[in-house]
Design a protein around this ligand. Structure first.
Ligand SMILES: [Fe+2]
Ligand SMILES: [Fe+2]
Length: 233
């Protein structure tokens, strides 16, 4: 999905009926056992280090990590393309993943940059927990997803489905708890403007980020369907 298409979908999903219908498309997807175990470890580790309750600083750490699978998938696809560029069919199958991976990386980068701006604004940052730990974790996570994508790409997509689903629910909980206050908290971020997303206040911003996450969740299922139809390799 390209950026303009993604932004149009975010605007459409602001309607609760549209969001409910869109969420239903993939709500019942059931990841396999390995993805569920890895997902429980990932979400459990996040809850252990940052607490179960969503917060600005937890989102900052989570968003650093959220970009990683898309980077790994892109790197794996290009690594294969270095070896198999002579096979046009395979080159097409490898390239089908790239628009989703590239755009999701840009989108998650916007999340982490803008939320970090808010974490600084509220003086919530702890260098060790919110900067160093996600950075070190991301290094290992990148290579773990890289390897997993070589061995079994379906598990990598399913793990992302679990992670994005968790992110969507965390943002939902945050908006329910803090939404009224956030409606009168203005947001001014040069990166948000550079990215091309408009938000009058924190509520608008977090509402749109929450919608990004469900688009990533459903996008992961789309990739699994492509895999099942032999359209990815
Ligand atoms: Fe995100
Ligand atoms: Fe996401």
């Amino acid at each position: 999905m390209q950026k303009l298409e993604h932004e149009a979908l975010v605007a459409k999903l602001k309607d609760p009926m549209e969001l409910a219908a869109y969420a239903r498309e993939c709500d019942d997807y059931r990841p396999g056992l390995l993805a569920r175990i890895l997902g429980a470890l990932l979400v459990g580790a996040g809850n252990l280090v940052y607490g179960k309750k969503p917060s600005y600083e937890k989102f900052k750490a989570v968003e650093v990590i959220a970009r990683i699978p898309y980077q790994s998938w892109e790197a794996v696809a290009y690594t294969y393309l270095t070896a198999f560029y002579g096979d046009e069919g395979r080159a097409i199958r490898l390239s089908r993943l790239l628009p989703f991976a590239r755009h999701a990386q840009d989108n998650e980068t916007m999340h982490v940059v803008v939320i970090t701006h808010l974490v600084k604004h509220y003086h919530r940052n702890s260098f060790f927990r919110h900067t160093l730990v996600p950075l070190v974790f991301s290094f290992f996570y990148y290579w773990a997803i890289w390897l997993l994508s070589l061995i079994d790409r379906r598990v990598a997509f399913e793990l992302n489905y679990i992670f994005e689903s968790h992110a969507f629910h965390q943002y939902t909980e945050f908006l329910e708890r803090e939404g009224e206050r956030m409606k009168s908290a203005p947001i001014s971020s040069p990166f948000l403007t550079f990215y091309g997303r408009e938000a009058d206040n924190e509520y608008d911003l977090f509402q749109s980020i929450r919608l990004d996450e469900i688009i990533h969740r459903n996008g992961s299922v789309e990739m699994i369907k492509e895999l099942d139809h032999g359209r990815l390799s």
